[in-house]
Design a protein around this ligand. Structure first.
Ligand SMILES: [Zn+2]
Ligand SMILES: [Zn+2]
Length: 211
């Protein structure tokens, strides 16, 4: 067994790489969780955007090491890493005051390729730690072309209306995903939760792209 980040033998994530993960600390944008120079209600990244979630928080910045870690977790299916990621999230992100955990549902084609679904694994690990039920509240209404490499405006158009409610949602829901990139997926999935009856959606991800 080798560390997914540095390759040293012994664990899927070695102690020194775990310690070095670029944890995100305040001040943050209150809405989208972007690191800011001082606390703000909305930041340059999210101001003027209609976001259907109340807040988004992530544990670590999506740098090259984290990218390697997430890739190993998602593409090589190293399940132990979902538990590692959950431990880091619980240490960094304040526990949400919500009634249930939801996750961004897998794209059918792609999840079959990998044989497991990273966002759901992370949601289950977090649900256990927060003592919250994990519910399937969101479904895909259509397949979304890969987001990778798309400009921000295209990403938004790409995922708009891609999700719908799968069942009635509790009043406040935590929405879990692995990486927050442009916020387009989170916003679209959160809006499905709102359609399902949620009044408040808090997004929590393991990593976040920091611009
Ligand atoms: Zn390492
Ligand atoms: Zn913001």
């Amino acid at each position: 067994m080798r560390c997914a980040v540095c390759g040293v033998g012994g664990a899927q994530l070695c102690a020194s790489c775990r310690k070095r993960l670029p944890r995100l600390a305040p001040p943050l944008c209150d809405r989208c969780g972007a690191p800011t120079a001082w606390p703000v209600a909305r930041c340059r990244e999210c101001s003027g955007r209609r976001l259907s979630f109340a807040s988004a928080r992530a544990a670590v910045a999506y740098d090259d090491d984290v990218r390697r870690l997430v890739r190993a977790w998602k593409e090589r299916g190293l399940r132990r890493l979902a538990a590692e990621a959950a431990e880091v999230v619980v240490g960094v992100v304040p526990s949400p005051s919500c009634g249930a955990v939801a996750f961004v549902p897998p794209d059918r084609g792609r999840s079959l390729e990998r044989g497991h679904h990273p966002a759901e694994r992370l949601a289950r690990e977090l649900g256990e730690r927060w003592s919250l039920p994990v519910l399937t509240l969101i479904r895909r209404t259509r397949s979304v072309p890969r987001q990778r490499g798309l400009a921000l405006a295209l990403r938004r158009r790409n995922v708009a209306g891609a999700f719908g409610p799968a069942s009635e949602a509790p009043r406040a829901v935590v929405l879990v995903d692995d990486v927050y990139t442009s916020g387009a997926t989170a916003a679209s999935a959160a809006s499905a939760l709102r359609k399902g009856g949620a009044r408040r959606v808090e997004v929590v991800t393991f990593a976040r792209v920091v611009r």
